[in-house]
Write a protein that binds this ligand. Structure first.
Ligand code: HPA
Length: 272
C-alpha cells in the first residue's frame, strides 16, 4: 500500500467517526498539553484506533486526536506528537500533518520545548519561531514526490507565516508575556548537545534548539499550509556555564511557560 493510500485511509476512518470539520490543526509539545483543557471537546480518537497512525511512546504524551472548539473555532489537536528520536522515520513523524490537511485545516499551530541558545533568553521565556535551521539527518520529503500534496522543490523563503507572527507578538506585548522572535535549530536527539555543539548552534545563527517541529513545518510548507510555531525555553545552553540538564527541570520550565503560550495561541486562533 502506498503512503498516499495510507493517508487517505486514515482520513476516511476519521471522517466516518467524526463529523467535525476542523479549520485549524494544533500540535502540542512536551509538557505543553494543557491547551487541550481549553478545547470544548466533541470527539476524541486514540492514535491506535486510526489506521496507519503511528503510536506515541514518550511517557509525557498521551496519544490522541482531539476535536472540538477552541476560542470558538473548530480545531483538531494532536495530544502527543511523534519524534524522530523515538524511532519513527520522518514519513511517520509527519503522517498526521498530511492527515490534518486532508481533514480541511487551513492553518497549523505547533508548540515545543527548546533549549535557549541565545544567551539573552531566560528559562520559561517564549520564542516565536521566525525561521529554522534543519540539522536533522533525514528529510520528510525525500523519495518520490507526493504530487497530489505539493511540488518537488518547495519554497522555504517564509517557512513560518509572517502575518501570524506579527499578530502573536502583538498579543504577547498586550498581555505582558515575555516573548522573543528567533531561529529554531532542529537536532535529532535524544541526547542533549555537547558544549561544542551549543557553541556551533549559536554561531550558525540559531536562538533555540530542540528535537521537533521542523519536519512538520516542512511538510506543511510542502502543502502550502501556513504554520505558526512557538517554543517554551526550558533550559539555557550556555557552553561556558553548562549545567547537566534534568528532564524534570525541563518539564517544570515548560509548565511555567505554558500559561503565556496557551494565552497567545488561544488569542491567535480567535483572530483567524
Ligand atoms: N537541546 C535540545 N532539545 C531540547 C533542549 C536542548 O537543550 N532543551 C529542550 N529541548
Amino acid at each position: 500500500m502506498t503512503y498516499e493510500s495510507k493517508i487517505h485511509e486514515a482520513v476516511k476512518y476519521i471522517q466516518t467517526h467524526v463529523e467535525a470539520q476542523p479549520q485549524f490543526g494544533i500540535i502540542l509539545g512536551t509538557g505543553l498539553g494543557a491547551l487541550v483543557k481549553d478545547i470544548n471537546i466533541s470527539h476524541e480518537l486514540s492514535y491506535q484506533d486510526i489506521p496507519h497512525f503511528p503510536v506515541s511512546t514518550v511517557e509525557s504524551h498521551s496519544g490522541k486526536l482531539v476535536f472540538g472548539e477552541l476560542s470558538g473555532q473548530p480545531v483538531v489537536a494532536m495530544q502527543g506528537r511523534f519524534h524522530y528520536y523515538e524511532g519513527y522515520n520522518m514519513k511517520e513523524v509527519t503522517f498526521p500533518v498530511r492527515v490534518m490537511k486532508l481533514l480541511g485545516i487551513q492553518k497549523l499551530f505547533i508548540s515545543n520545548a527548546a533549549g535557549g541558545v541565545n544567551l539573552n533568553y531566560q528559562v520559561a521565556d517564549l520564542m516565536i519561531i521566525d525561521d529554522h535551521i534543519d540539522l536533522l539527518k533525514e528529510n520528510p520529503l525525500t523519495g518520490a514526490n507526493l504530487d497530489e500534496f505539493g511540488p518537488r522543490f518547495p519554497d522555504m523563503s517564509e517557512p513560518y507565516d509572517q502575518k501570524m507572527i506579527a499578530q502573536a507578538m502583538e498579543i504577547a506585548a498586550k498581555n505582558d508575556i515575555k516573548c522573543h522572535k528567533g531561529v529554531y535549530a532542529a537536532v535529532s536527539g535524544p541526547n542533549l548537545e555537547t558544549r561544542a555543539e551549543y557553541r556551533y548552534i549559536a554561531r550558525i545563527g540559531a536562538d533555540a534548539v530542540g528535537m521537533s517541529t521542523v519536519p512538520e513545518a516542512i511538510v506543511a510548507k510542502h502543502m502550502s499550509l501556513p504554520v505558526f510555531a512557538i517554543s517554551a525555553i526550558t533550559d539555557l545552553c550556555d557552553p561556558e556555564n553548562l549545567e547537566p540538564v534534568e528532564i524534570s527541570k525541563i518539564l517544570a520550565a515548560a509548565a511555567k511557560a505554558e500559561k503565556g503560550m496557551t494565552r497567545i495561541i488561544k488569542a491567535l486562533v480567535a483572530g483567524q
